[in-house]
Structure formats: C-alpha cells, structure tokens
Design a protein around this ligand. Structure first.
Ligand code: SF4
Ligand code: SF4
Length: 451
C-alpha cells in the first residue's frame, strides 16, 4: 500500500469549481445488482464518438448473447455486441437521448434462454503485443464509460512524435447523485487493476495514477490494499470538488500541469481513462468478450428503489425506471448527473454505453430547473466559479447579441467544456451553459454554412 499517497492526497485544481450537495449517501452503500432483461433491447449503432457501426446481422436472424452484431466503420468507431440471446426484429431509426432518431438494431429477447455468454475466447492478455491489445480493445467495443463514450483504443495510439508515459485513471465521480464508479472501485477492484495494467502495456505508460475524490476514502483504501509496495500504479486522493472528474482538472490536480489551449492530454504524454472503462477492460479482454452491460446509478428524490444496477446495453429507459420504482410521468428524468446530464423526453430511449446515471427529480444545476431568469447583476460569481478561467458573464452578453465568432476568437469559447459551474452559482438563474452549447453548435456549422 502506498501510504504516502493517502497522507499527501487532497490535491486539487487551482481555480474555480463548486461544491454542490452530493446526494450520494442513498446509493453509495448499496451493492451493484443485476437488472432483469427487458423483453426488447435497442442497440443504437452510434453510441460513441466517431462513425456509427455497420450492422452485420439481418432482420429475422437469431443472435447469441455477446455475439458481434455490428462492425466498426473506420478507426474512430467500435463494434456492437448482442446484449441478450434473441431475434433481430428490426434495424430501423429509433429515438435517442440527443433528440433526432438514429439507426438501431432491435432484439426481441428470448424468455426461455439461459442468457449464458457463449461467445467468448480466452486470451493470455498480458502476453499480447501492444498493438494486438489495441486491436482487442477495439474488438470489445470499449468506449469511455464516464459519459464521453470516446473509443478507448484510439487514445492508446498517440500521434507520430508523441508518446504516453502516464496513465491517469479517473475515479473522481464528481457529479452529484452518481455512485456507479464508486461501487465498481469497491466491488471490481481486481478487474480495475488488471485493466490498468492492460492499458499501460498497450500505451507504453510507465506509471498510472488513480485519482479518487476524498469523499470515497473507502475506495482509496480498498485499491491501495491490493497494490504491492512501490508499484507503478498509485492511488491519490483529490479534493471532492466539482468538476474534479473533468480530464483537464484531474490532470492539473494530479500532475500540476495544464493542457495547452486547443491541446489534448497526449500533448503532456498522458492518457486518461475512467475507472469503469478500465474495470471492463480487465474483465472482458482476458475472456475475449464484448461490452454488453454497464453499471448505472438510479437515484433522486423520485426513486423508490435507488441503487446501482447492472444494466444490459439497449434496455429501454422506461423499463429501468419501472424496476427502480420511478413514476416517470411525475418526475423530471435526467440521463447522467444533474450538472452535465440531459433531460430526456421519451422513455423509449435506450441505455447506451455512455450512460452512467439516471436521476429523477434532481436538485442541481439551474440549467435543469425552470426558474425565473433575471438580468445579470455583474456579481462575477460565474467568473470565480469557472475552472477554465473564462468570463461567462461576458460570453453570455455576446451570445445574446449573437456574436458567436467573437466568443470563440476573443473569449476562448472552445475552452468551455460545459461543466455548468457558472450556471450553478448564478443568482440570476441565467442558463449560461445552454448559451455556450448553442454558440458552439452554431460555430461548428459556420464553415458548412459559408461553403
Ligand atoms: S460551463 Fe464553461 S464557462 Fe461555465 S464554468 Fe464551465 S467551463 Fe466555465
Ligand atoms: S453569476 Fe450571473 S449575475 Fe453574476 S456576473 Fe455571472 S452571469 Fe451575471
């Protein structure tokens, strides 16, 4: 155990951040439990950043739990696997959390099937060459389970001239209500450590630092106890402060370095992975399996049976809510946490690889509440709260005047990662993050509009 890191801990990023009420006590002490299979599972072909996967099954075909059902379409893309044994009944457009419908494979689950995973092949993973591990990570359909859903294998391949020397492992889980990563660290510790060693071998990283917020010291202790003395993997407690789990913030907290504007962690020789992703890596790769389920926190004032559920990918939100005792009509439901999550309009939306939580009736970001908006009183609280040292008040004024280009060129709009701290502290309830999200979307379209 590395006692030094336990004592030293509690590092944090230098500027901004907020301390919203955590609301984690309801679920943090509850062990992960398996959700039964819904009668119908919906597997969207685009659950990740990058190109959608291409179906390799046809309507009417029987599929076995764990079997690949869609292949990746390019480097930044991952395959999909059948989350249950059943029959493909449609490959069609389906409602997504983001709004527009998108192609998905719909599977009618066989009632009588044992749902045993037969589609697997044992691999002596630590004996594989790094590029072979990268291929296996891609084949497993692994993406960032912290919410970003960026294909995991892509981060293992630094661009020419760059190298990865440090793996940063994100166990912060700074969003209120969410505790799925906390439970994974406690219950799947060996798989997590195995996953870290696999990722280190694939990337060539010489050391790994696991950052865990200091409201989860039981996880810090549990992981530390499983690590040998002077190991290349080290656990460090960091201050519980939102958005500690943002990769830019965590890198600053653990390494004291800031990613240059417009840069990536790899520019500092770093790759960042969420604990849930690495635990899945440690679980799936040695067995040659694909990603077909994930842990999802269901919490909030409107939940009768809160907890951390092991949910088959593609489970309709309505099915999960019913199992957790949520009256979806009476409660506002957010996918993700209340600070960065999104309100969902339909219960048909499936749980995808990037969904870490479902919160019903959260108390949190003013963006999520329908509160009355008042004029800006120039109090500068948003400036003090912004971890990226931006001026949200000024950005909002420009957004109102539709000066979107100026927001980007003169006020670093693209440095905003929509953490919601500014909107959270604003006494005038100005939906600042929404303004910035819209402004960025308009700027992204601009070259297309001009051409
Ligand atoms: S949402 Fe953007 S502007 Fe607001 S605090 Fe976060 S990074 Fe700063
Ligand atoms: S916190 Fe709200 S009211 Fe205060 S300066 Fe920022 S935008 Fe204006």
């Amino acid at each position: 155990m590395n006692l030094f890191s336990l004592i030293k801990g509690h590092a944090t990023f230098a500027h901004g951040g907020v301390h919203p009420l955590e609301h984690k006590e309801e679920t943090a002490g509850l062990a992960i439990r398996r959700l039964p299979f819904a009668p119908k599972l919906v597997v969207p072909l685009s659950q990740h950043k990058g190109a959608p996967a291409k179906p390799i099954v046809k309507v009417g075909e029987e599929v076995v739990r764990g079997e690949p059902i869609a292949e990746s379409d390019g480097h930044v893309s991952v395959p999909m696997h059948a989350p249950a044994t059943g029959r493909v009944v449609a490959i069609d457009l389906w409602t997504t959390a983001e709004g527009p419908k998108a192609p998905a494979i719909v599977i009618d689950v066989y009632d009588a099937a044992s749902q045993q995973i037969l589609y697997e092949e044992e691999v002596d993973i630590m004996r594989q060459a790094p590029d072979e591990i990268v291929r296996l990570v891609k084949d497993a359909g692994l993406v960032g389970l912290g919410g970003a859903a960026f294909p995991s294998h892509v981060k293992m391949l630094p661009p020419a001239g760059k190298m990865i020397h440090t793996l940063i492992v994100n166990g912060c889980e700074c969003e209120p209500y969410l505790t799925c990563d906390h439970r994974v660290m406690l219950e799947h510790t060996d798989a997590l450590i195995r996953g870290i060693r696999i990722a280190m071998r694939a990337t060539g990283a010489r050391r790994a630092l696991i950052g865990v917020e200091d409201n989860k010291m039981d996880a810090v202790r549990t992981i530390s106890e499983r690590l040998p003395e002077n190991d290349t993997i080290e656990v460090k407690a960091v201050e519980a402060k939102y958005p500690q789990g943002a990769e830019k913030m965590l890198i600053e907290s653990l390494l004291g370095q800031q990613i240059p504007e417009g840069g990536l962690p790899v520019d500092l020789g770093v790759a960042v992975y969420n604990v849930g992703t690495l635990a899945q890596m440690g679980e799936l790769l040695p067995r040659g399996r694909g990603l077909i389920e994930r842990v999802v926190t269901v919490s909030g004032a409107g939940v009768a049976r809160p907890g951390n559920y092991l949910v088959p990918i593609g489970t309709p939100l309505g099915f999960l809510l019913k199992a957790a005792g949520v009256d979806a009509e009476a409660n506002k439901v957010i996918l993700g946490g209340p600070m960065m999550g999104m309100t969902v309009a339909s219960l048909d939306v499936p749980i995808t690889k990037g969904v870490s939580g479902v919160v019903a009736n959260a108390v949190g970001n003013s963006d999520q509440d329908e509160r009355r908006v008042y004029p800006c009183i120039k109090c500068s609280r948003c400036v003090e709260a912004c971890p990226m040292r931006l001026n949200p008040s000024m950005l909002a004024q420009l957004a109102k005047k539709r000066e979107y280009e100026c927001m980007e060129s003169d006020f670093h709009l693209n440095q905003c990662f929509e953490c919601g701290c500014c909107a959270y502290v604003c006494p005038s309830n100005i939906p600042l993050t929404q303004y910035f999200r819209i402004a960025k979307a308009i700027n992204r379209e601009r070259p297309a509009l001009a051409s």
